[in-house]
Design a protein around this ligand. Structure first.
Ligand SMILES: [Zn+2]
Length: 318
């Protein structure tokens, strides 16, 4: 069936028309819009209308919405957005009126990616796995017994707030997380943390050798650090190695607790998965209780760049 997918992220939204059934999905057309960091309800609805209009005169039977933060799927409420002031937003009811009361599903974006991995990706035969997004933030989506496990308060699998860096772990101080703690996985290993740790290393290098030109620290992003690592830059390679180590540490704790079949990684930073995998595997296997977890796999998503849209489609079909 034809589905209107709305993949709302922290900094952009994608509206797409796609075909999806239980075994495959195909994207026909997509429209992107940037979102301001403090985007409010009215602005968001305007941007959704605008992006859907760009898709032209489309026909669809269902709508899937994925959002960052907490979703109340049963009542169609976007409960909380970590990046903006959006709270208790009845987005399903509002869009339902615009789209002729067609069925609309809403889910947290990472949970939706986990469901899509089960339907279309590498986990079709698996019932117990964790999906980890590593992007501007870090989130987890947990599938247990073949279904999303949301937890008692709807906030399960918040692996981004595992504290993985203590001051005793390295010479650099732990980074403060948006949640208020220091050394969370999200603060240390998501895109901004990667850029920050590279900038610190450049500064250290500059202080030990002031004859070098002063580094422009704001010029570095996680993407740039990965590119430098690929070109053999030793500081960038060491930052990517530490990032892999921290991701492996968190994944091992999750698997030791839940006895999972696989941990799947997706998101922008994971486009450099090959650079992270050696230290990630080593750190994971070092901490894993092997006797209880003999064949657990660590893999990059099989959904590619469009995991979010696949997720928006998958939630309309489960
Ligand atoms: Zn945190």
């Amino acid at each position: 069936m034809n589905i209107l997918a709305l993949d709302i992220g922290g900094s952009k939204l994608i509206a797409a028309l796609l075909f999806a059934d239980d075994s495959r999905f195909e994207i026909f057309s997509a429209a992107h819009r940037n979102l301001a960091i403090d985007c409010r309800r009215e602005q968001l609805l305007t941007l959704i209308d605008d992006a859907v209009a760009e898709l032209g005169n489309i026909s669809f039977e269902r709508v899937g919405i994925t959002i960052p933060g907490l979703a109340d799927s049963c009542n169609g409420i976007w409960v909380y957005a970590c990046f903006s002031g959006i709270r208790d937003f009845p987005i399903v009811q509002i869009l339902s009126e615009r789209y002729g009361n067609k069925p609309i599903a809403i889910e947290n974006d990472v949970n939706a990616c986990a469901l899509a991995e089960k339907k279309y990706g590498k986990c079709r035969e698996l019932n117990d796995f964790l999906w980890i997004t590593v992007s501007n933030g870090i989130g987890g989506g947990l599938i247990l017994n073949g279904e999303v496990y949301s937890g008692h308060f709807g906030g399960a699998a918040e692996i981004g707030h595992f504290v993985v860096m203590d001051s005793v772990d390295g010479c650099q101080p732990p980074i403060r997380c948006g949640c208020g703690h220091f050394g969370c996985l999200e603060a240390e290993a998501a895109g901004p943390g990667i850029a920050k740790r590279y900038a610190w290393k450049l500064q250290e290098q500059h202080q030990s050798n002031p004859t070098r030109s002063t580094p422009i620290l704001s010029a570095y992003t996680a993407h740039k650090v990965a590119e430098l690592a690929r070109n053999g830059d030793s500081l960038a390679l060491s930052v990517m190695e530490t990032t892999g180590t921290l991701l492996g540490k968190a994944a091992s704790y999750a698997v030791n607790l839940l006895n999972l079949e696989a941990v799947i990684f997706g998101g922008g930073v994971i486009q450099s998965f090959d650079l992270l995998l050696p230290s990630l595997e080593k750190s994971f296997r070092t901490r894993l209780f092997r006797s209880a977890n003999p064949s657990v796999k660590l893999e990059q998503t099989g959904l590619g760049y469009h995991a979010g849209l696949a997720g928006a489609a998958a939630i309309t079909l489960f």
